[in-house]
Design a protein around this ligand. Structure first.
Ligand code: GRG
Length: 327
C-alpha cells in the first residue's frame, strides 16, 4: 500500500472512541423516541428490553459511516440514515431474540442480561420478535428524512426484506441449524445433512447469509440513502462483504477465547453444539490468518475508493474493531 493511500486510512484528528460514542448517542435516542410504549404494555416492555439493552451497534454505526463516506456533509448524511440505522438495530435485536429461543440456540444470557424468553416467556419473546420486524419496516418507511427520495427509501426497504428474509438471514439461520451437530431439537429435514462434511464453501454460504447479508445491507443502505453513485455502491457492498465475513470469523474465535463477563453471552456454545464454525473447520491459527488477510483487503479497498476522505478513517476503524474486538 502506498503511503498516500495509507494516510487516507487514519487521521490525526480522528478519535474512534468519540466517534462511536457520538453515533451511539444518536442511535439510542432515535430508538427510544421511535419505540415509545403503547398497549399492550407487556409486549412493548419485551420489545424495548431487547432493543434498548446495549449492544455494540456496529451495524448502525457502519450504516452511518457508509453514508458519510458517500456524502459531502456529515449532518445531512446522519439525518438521511437514522431511520434505517434504527431499523437495522431493531431487525438485529429481533434476530437475537429468536436465535436465543430454546428451539434454536437455547441461550440464557445475551448482552450480559437474561435472554428475552427467560424474562418474558417464550410466547412473548416470539411475538416481540414478530412485532419488531414489522416496526423496523414501519420506521424505515414512515420516519424517512425529507432529503431522501421516496425511490431510494423504497429501494432500501426492498433490499432489507431480502437481506433479512429467506435469501439472507433467515435462510442462513436454517442452513446453520441444518449443519449444527447436536444440542437442539431438530426436524428430519435438518437431520438429513448429518453426514455431510463442512468445507469452506458451505461455511461461506451459511455466514454470507446469516451474518453477512445484514452487515452488507448496513453498508449498502447507508451509501444508497446518501445518494451514492453505482461505483461507490459496489465498493461499499464489497467492503460490507469483507466486514461481514471478518466479523463472523472473529465471533467464532471469541467463542473459544472469550469469557462470559466480557462476552455478555455464554462462551463455548459453538463447540458444545458442534456448530459449523471457522474454528472447527480451520482451527484458531488459520482463522486468525484469514482475518489478517481480510483486514488487508478491506483497507486496500477503501483507501483506493472514491469516498469522502474525511470519512474513510471511520470505515477503517470499524473493520479493525470488528476483527480485534473482545466482545
Ligand atoms: C429476520 C424473521 C427473521 C428471523 C431471524 C433467528 C434468525 C432468524 C437469525 C439468526 C441470526 C443471528 C442471530 C446471527 C448471529 C449474528 C451475530 C454474530 C450476532 C452477534 O452480533 P453482535 O456481536 O451483537 O453485533 P451485539 O449484542 O453487539 O448487537
Amino acid at each position: 500500500m502506498s503511503s498516500i493511500k495509507a494516510s487516507k486510512l487514519s487521521s490525526a484528528t480522528f478519535d474512534f472512541e468519540q466517534y462511536v460514542l457520538d453515533c451511539k448517542t444518536q442511535i439510542e435516542h432515535s430508538l427510544d423516541l421511535w419505540m415509545k410504549p403503547h398497549e399492550p404494555e407487556i409486549l412493548w416492555e419485551s420489545m424495548r428490553y431487547s432493543v434498548l439493552s446495549g449492544g455494540k451497534r456496529l451495524r448502525a454505526i457502519l450504516c452511518m459511516a457508509a453514508a458519510e463516506a458517500c456524502s459531502k456533509d456529515r449532518e445531512t448524511a446522519r439525518k438521511a440514515v437514522m431511520p434505517c440505522a434504527a431499523a437495522i438495530e431493531i431487525v438485529h435485536a429481533m434476530s437475537l431474540i429468536h436465535d436465543d429461543l430454546p428451539c434454536m440456540d437455547n441461550d440464557d444470557l445475551r448482552r450480559g442480561k437474561p435472554t428475552n424468553h427467560k424474562v418474558f416467556g417464550e410466547a412473548l419473546a416470539l411475538l416481540a420478535g414478530d412485532a419488531l420486524l414489522m416496526l423496523a419496516l414501519e420506521i424505515l418507511l414512515d420516519r424517512s428524512d425529507a432529503s431522501v427520495t421516496p425511490k431510494n427509501v423504497m429501494a432500501v426497504a426492498s433490499e432489507l426484506t431480502r437481506a433479512a428474509g429467506a435469501l439472507g438471514m433467515v435462510g442462513g439461520q436454517v442452513l446453520d441449524l441444518s449443519y449444527t451437530g447436536q444440542g437442539i431439537e431438530r426436524t428430519n429435514a435438518f437431520k438429513a445433512l448429518d453426514n455431510i462434511a463442512i468445507d469452506e464453501a458451505i461455511l461461506g454460504t451459511i455466514h454470507k447469509k446469516k451474518t453477512g447479508a445484514m452487515i452488507r445491507f448496513s453498508a449498502w443502505s447507508g451509501a444508497k440513502l446518501a445518494s451514492a453513485n453505482e461505483k461507490q455502491l459496489s465498493t461499499i457492498s464489497e467492503f460490507g462483504d469483507i466486514l461481514g465475513l471478518a466479523f463472523q470469523i472473529a465471533d467464532d474465535l471469541l467463542d473459544v477465547t472469550g469469557d462470559v463477563t466480557t462476552l455478555g453471552k455464554t462462551p463455548g456454545k459453538d463447540e458444545a453444539s458442534q456448530k459449523a464454525t471457522w474454528v472447527r473447520v480451520f482451527g484458531v491459527e488459520k482463522s486468525q490468518s484469514r482475518l489478517e488477510a481480510l483486514e488487508k483487503k478491506g483497507l486496500e479497498l477503501i483507501s483506493a475508493a472514491d469516498f469522502n476522505a474525511d470519512a474513510v478513517p471511520a470505515l477503517a476503524a470499524i473493520l479493525n474493531y470488528a476483527i480485534h474486538r473482545k466482545n
